[in-house]
Design a protein around this ligand. Structure first.
Ligand SMILES: *Cc1c(COP(=O)(O)O)cnc(C)c1O
Length: 458
């Protein structure tokens, strides 16, 4: 019997196999991620300190380093049923095109209207806000996936939503904006003139195209100055990785059904939420000494926080209003080159993944955007899915690893996260197709400049 008959192209779980609990990898970490600290006093932020900004239940999840499993409320599971379980796909066509003996699988999170994995946490965060009796939420969005996911979740639960969208994306992705407005969100380009911090940034950097860090500051300001509003974030935070563990738990359940054991697990890393979620159950086994896997984070060479950043406390936002987080960072005023089109633009990295990377539990590689789009094109032409540029970072490295297997003859099993689709990224694809895409890698000098702004924390 050929392999193709044994393992289907798509491994689906059924509805009842959607996880009933999220898994908190922190419970199995010996070295816990460093706490968020107050930017003024440098004291760890406790429940009461975080209450003006975040919803109560989410703060509990954020601060809990010990509880291994959190029940997923039934209403969230019911929402998950609209688009989950997501398929785990065996990339037979890609394998054949590459001529590799490697077995490649990808977990596809793009099969919902928001087009990415972000909906997994958006619905959870909106649910807890609604439960607390809040009126609405504020947030930032870069490429627009998070804002779209959150606007779907808020529409479903009847919450108001105000999105600050990084100006360059607001202008480049008018359709993304319209999707959010269709789901009822109001969308403001950031930096705006609607907030104190936005006016300050506009005055200091006239003509700036914005950054995630800057949009975060604006969204936090609006949340903390409006009764009944809280701020939510789509990545980086511990709570977001917790919600995204649904990706990894489903992946593991699907692999286990067929007795497949991956050799390596690959994911793109912006703020670290999809990767953190995908690897969580596997990392748990690794941390408990039960199994070993190679775990590889892939980041853009133009925004290389793991591979060239510093592991230090830093501001999460440009306006320096948020708590400080200890993470691999390029400095909170780092803004990737304007020609960078591949997403994953955030200056910092999830504190959980940062600690795991510092402790040697995972690897990181950086890749240039032209090679990322080559991989995206190859993938689209073989597997049929038009991938998001972010996801294509993982595709690039999965292909590279599969080609190494071709050279060595090893039949390794590769699992990677295909986080989303690229229908709203066609300006970037156009640039690539027209041969106008270039690679800009920040110089050591560029990085030294933004790293010089790190706060001094002992
Ligand atoms: C937001 C996003 C990412 C990166 O965010 P992480 O928090 O690092 O997962 C990757 N892929 C897609 C499609 C996204 O929308």
């Amino acid at each position: 019997m050929s392999e193709q008959n044994k393992i289907p192209y798509k491994i689906y779980l059924n509805e009842n196999e959607i996880p009933k609990q999220w898994y908190n990898v922190r419970a199995d970490m010996k070295n816990k991620p460093a706490p968020l600290i107050n930017p003024g006093t440098h004291e760890p932020m406790g429940f009461d300190d975080l209450r003006p900004v975040f919803c109560d239940e989410l703060i509990k999840q954020e601060l809990d380093n010990d509880t291994a499993y959190f029940d997923i409320p039934q209403e969230i599971r019911d929402f998950y049923k609209m688009y989950r379980p997501s398929p785990l796909v065996r990339a037979y066509c890609l394998e054949k095109a590459l001529g590799t003996p490697a077995k490649i699988y990808y977990k596809f999170e793009g099969n919902n209207t928001s087009g990415s994995h972000k909906l997994n946490s958006a619905i959870a965060q909106a649910y807890y806000a609604k439960n607390q009796g809040l009126k609405g939420l504020t947030t930032e969005t870069g490429a627009g996936q998070w804002g779209t996911a959150l606007s779907m979740a808020c529409a479903y639960l009847g919450l108001d939503l105000k999105v600050f969208m990084v100006k360059v994306s607001y202008e480049q992705k008018p359709f993304r904006r319209e999707v959010m407005r269709t789901y009822g969100a109001s969308v403001t380009p950031s930096p705006s003139m609607e907030t104190q911090i936005g006016r300050k940034i506009n005055a200091e950097h006239p003509g700036t195209t914005g950054s995630l860090g800057c949009a975060i500051s604006e969204a936090v300001e609006v949340a903390t100055t409006n009764e009944g509003y809280r701020y939510v974030l789509g990545s980086v935070l511990n709570q977001v990785l917790l919600h995204q563990s649904v990706i990894g738990l489903e992946t593991k359940a699907a692999l286990d059904k067929y007795g497949i054991v991956p050799d390596m697990i690959i994911g793109c890393a912006g703020g670290g939420s999809n990767l953190g979620g995908l690897i969580s159950p596997f990392m748990g086994e690794k941390l408990r000494g039960e199994k070993d896997y190679r775990i590889i984070a892939v980041e853009p060479a133009s925004c290389p926080s793991f591979t060239r950043g510093k592991y230090a406390y830093d501001f999460c936002d440009t306006g320096m209003v948020c708590p400080l987080a200890k993470m691999y960072t390029l400095g909170s005023n780092f803004i990737p080159s304007a020609n960078h089109a591949g997403g994953l633009r955030y200056h910092g990295m999830s504190p959980i993944l940062s600690q795991l990377y510092a402790d040697g539990y995972m690897e990181a590689v950086s890749v240039e955007q032209t090679s990322v789009f080559e991989a995206a094109e190859n993938f689209a032409r073989t597997e049929g899915i038009l991938p998001a540029p972010e996801s294509s970072h993982a595709i690039r490295v999965a292909i590279d690893e599969a080609l190494k297997c071709k050279a060595s003859g090893e039949e390794k099993t590769i699992v990677f996260g295909l986080t989303g689709t690229g229908y709203f990224d066609l300006v970037a694809y156009q640039k690539f197709n027209d041969g106008e895409m270039t690679d800009y890698i920040p110089t050591d000098e560029d990085l030294a400049k933004s790293l010089a702004s790190l706060p001094k924390v002992d």
